[in-house]
Design a protein around this ligand. Structure first.
Ligand SMILES: [Zn+2]
Ligand SMILES: [Zn+2]
Length: 306
């Protein structure tokens, strides 16, 4: 996986904040009165479509297409009646078996052979981003993550939305970890930043330029992928978006955390879950530069470095 990622990329380039940081900090307070956003009812079907489009010509095309197939099944799970984790996992296994790589299938068979208590302990750990990062079950854990994500999205959708508090590091709906942050244009016409939950897929508002993990708003850097010979243009405050990537990481020099940021301002077709998976090379490079990912994407769980 890591070698494929490296072959697919070129370099990580620093990009400039869209607005001067002071201006953004001054705008923090009104952002916090924004509501939590519900995901669309066909979220997983849309994610699957986006993954298939992103797969064309991508160095990780096979992986992205497999993720698309998983998302299609997540949509079916989301639309069905509530299932326990094992029943949901069995449904995924039944639908996906012909497409799964042999090691994943072997791990999935072992996972399904766990008793109910062991499976729910694994599920509880996984929701908190904690999992056995090697061993015989590891390769199938993204499927457990996919089942939990579809179930959490369904169940939170049926509950009233909470009032978000200021700058919460965990989802105010379900306590889940971040998947990625999302920049979009709000009703006021201004760009707004949300964090998408890795489990229930709802999104809560956060400050534009502030580390979600430690609250730092000064020592932050933004990186996107670029060709090796790319020369970034001089910052131009008249055209502030020109030097930004639609997929970036926000890297914090205080806590060394890194959060993926997907911009709908720059790519209106982007979808947080899909665009995150298609830009894993950026996480790899950020990791090599000493930044640890804040939160996770259940469909891609990094293993222990060999
Ligand atoms: Zn959540
Ligand atoms: Zn930080």
């Amino acid at each position: 996986m890591a070698n494929n990622l490296k072959a697919s990329i070129s370099t990580m380039t620093p990009t400039q904040p869209i607005l001067p940081a002071e201006q953004i900090r001054a705008g923090d307070a009104p952002l916090m009165s924004l509501p939590v956003l519900r995901p669309p009812a066909d979220l997983f079907a849309r994610r699957a479509d986006r993954l298939l489009r992103l797969a064309d010509g991508h160095a990780m095309a096979g992986f992205l297409r497999l993720c698309a197939a998983i998302c299609q099944q997540q949509q079916a799970l989301h639309d069905a009646s509530r299932l326990d984790p094992r029943a949901a996992l069995e449904k995924l296994a039944e639908a996906l078996t012909p497409q799964l790589p042999v090691p994943v299938q072997a791990a999935l068979d072992l996972l399904l052979a766990q008793d109910a208590a062991a499976l729910s302990r694994l599920a509880e750990r996984l929701i908190n981003g904690d999992y056995p990062a090697d061993g015989p079950l590891f390769a199938a854990l993204p499927l457990l993550g996919a089942a939990l994500q579809a179930q959490a999205t369904r169940s939170v959708r049926q509950r009233p939305l909470p009032e978000p508090q200021s700058q919460e590091p965990r989802c105010p709906c379900c306590g889940g970890l971040p998947l990625a942050s999302l920049l979009l244009r709000g009703d006021s016409g201004h760009a707004q930043r949300y964090v998408v939950c890795s489990m229930c897929s709802h999104a809560w508002p956060v400050g534009r330029v502030r580390c979600l993990s430690c609250g730092n708003s000064r020592d932050l850097h933004y990186y996107s992928l670029a060709a090796r010979d790319y020369l970034p243009p001089e910052p131009d405050h008249q055209r502030p978006h020109q030097a930004r990537g639609a997929r970036e990481v926000e890297a914090c020099d205080q806590c060394h955390g890194a959060l993926k940021q997907i911009s709908l301002l720059l790519d209106a077709d982007a979808e947080a879950g899909a665009d995150d998976l298609a830009s894993l090379a950026l996480d790899l490079l950020a990791g090599e530069a000493g930044y640890a990912r804040i939160g996770f994407n259940p469909l891609f769980l990094p293993g222990d470095p060999a």
